[in-house]
Each structure stands twice: as structure tokens, then as C-alpha cells.
Ligand binder design. Structure first.
Ligand code: FE2
Ligand code: FE2
Length: 193
């Protein structure tokens, strides 16, 4: 696929770890937003989180984890990847549960919150253990980053997911003046991005 897809986002070209960390940051911000949102907004935020996590998990499973296993020369680091793969399995079960749940289900908020806690734990392990070990290998992280970005945008297109910031803008625009305080806070977080 042509590299032209990269121009649609600030994601690339960059190394694999920077790209994945940016995904982590975005998902973590959405979980925080979910916790503060009203019921009406929560459904859209949860759907967005599930979609982004599905894309992120897929590119890690298809490209990062197999490449990491090949690059690692010892069992201990391979175990880190195996644990990550098992954690993805559990996260995907929660995602499927949320996607099949009505937003007025009494367990909807709790299930999204549990997913958020689970992802937080998983991200911590990737960023504090797996990624530093990857940096020590001979792996070409720029090349892997380009492949991750290509796959990410192909999946986003396939799933009909818009540019990353678009839904937040739409929600903000739809809000009334009475919510201006929280709008400002969220605008501020977007500006930093
Ligand atoms: Fe992961
Ligand atoms: Fe990740």
C-alpha cells in the first residue's frame, strides 16, 4: 500500500513504539473522558474506545508480537509477549461484551470501567517492560512503525472509523453553553495533542 495514507494523520513516519504509545495515550484519554461524561455521551465514547482498541490490538497481534518474538533471543522476553497475547484475549472478551450491551444496561458503565482498568495494567506492562526490551534488539523500529501505520489506517478504513479527533469535535459542537466549562477543559486536552 502507498505510504500516502500517512498524510492523513500525525502518526507517521515514526517508530513503532512512538506510534503505539500515542494509541495508548489516546485510549487512556477516552477512558478518562468516559468517567466524566453523562450517560448520553458515554455510549459514543465507549463505542469509540472499543473500535480504537480493536484496531490497536489487531496491529499488535498481527505485526508487533510476532516480530518481537522473532527478535527476542531469550525465553523471558518471549514470555512478556505471550502474557500480552493472553491479556489481549481477555480485553477482547470485555470489548465484545460492551459492544453487545445496551448503554442503559445496569452493568454498562462498570464493564467499560473494568476494561479501562485492565487496559491501564496492560499498557503499563507494554510500556515499562516489553517496549524497553524491544529497543535493545536489532529490530528496525521505523520500518515496523511504517507497517503498523499502514495496517492501522487500512483497518480504520475497513471499519469506517473517522479521523481520530473527529467524534470529539462533533460532541463538543453539539453541547450547549451550560457545558462550556467542560468544553474548555476538553478543548485544552485536544490542543495539546
Ligand atoms: Fe497490547
Ligand atoms: Fe498496546
Amino acid at each position: 500500500m502507498a505510504r500516502s495514507t500517512h498524510s492523513r494523520s500525525s502518526d507517521s513516519p515514526r517508530d513503532a513504539i512512538a506510534l503505539l504509545k500515542q494509541d495508548h495515550k489516546m485510549v487512556s484519554a477516552l477512558f478518562e473522558e468516559f468517567a466524566k461524561a453523562d450517560e448520553e455521551e458515554q455510549s459514543a465514547i465507549a463505542q469509540r474506545v472499543c473500535q480504537l482498541l480493536t484496531v490497536h490490538a489487531t496491529i499488535e497481534e498481527e505485526l508487533l508480537y510476532p516480530t518481537a518474538k522473532q527478535a527476542f533471543e531469550d525465553d523471558e522476553n518471549e514470555d512478556l509477549v505471550n502474557e500480552a497475547e493472553v491479556e489481549h484475549g481477555s480485553a477482547k472478551e470485555l470489548i465484545a461484551k460492551i459492544e453487545g450491551m445496551a448503554s442503559d444496561d445496569s452493568h454498562f458503565k462498570a464493564t467499560v470501567t473494568v476494561l479501562g482498568e485492565y487496559i491501564k495494567h496492560h499498557v503499563k506492562e507494554e510500556e515499562n517492560e516489553l517496549f524497553p526490551q524491544l529497543r535493545k534488539t536489532e529490530l528496525d523500529l521505523k520500518d515496523l512503525g511504517a507497517r503498523l501505520a499502514d495496517r492501522k489506517f487500512a483497518l480504520m478504513e475497513q471499519m469506517g472509523i473517522e479521523e481520530q479527533e473527529a467524534p470529539q469535535r462533533k460532541r463538543t459542537a453539539a453541547r450547549g453553553a451550560s457545558r462550556s466549562k467542560s468544553n474548555n477543559r476538553r478543548s485544552g486536552s485536544r490542543a495539546r495533542h
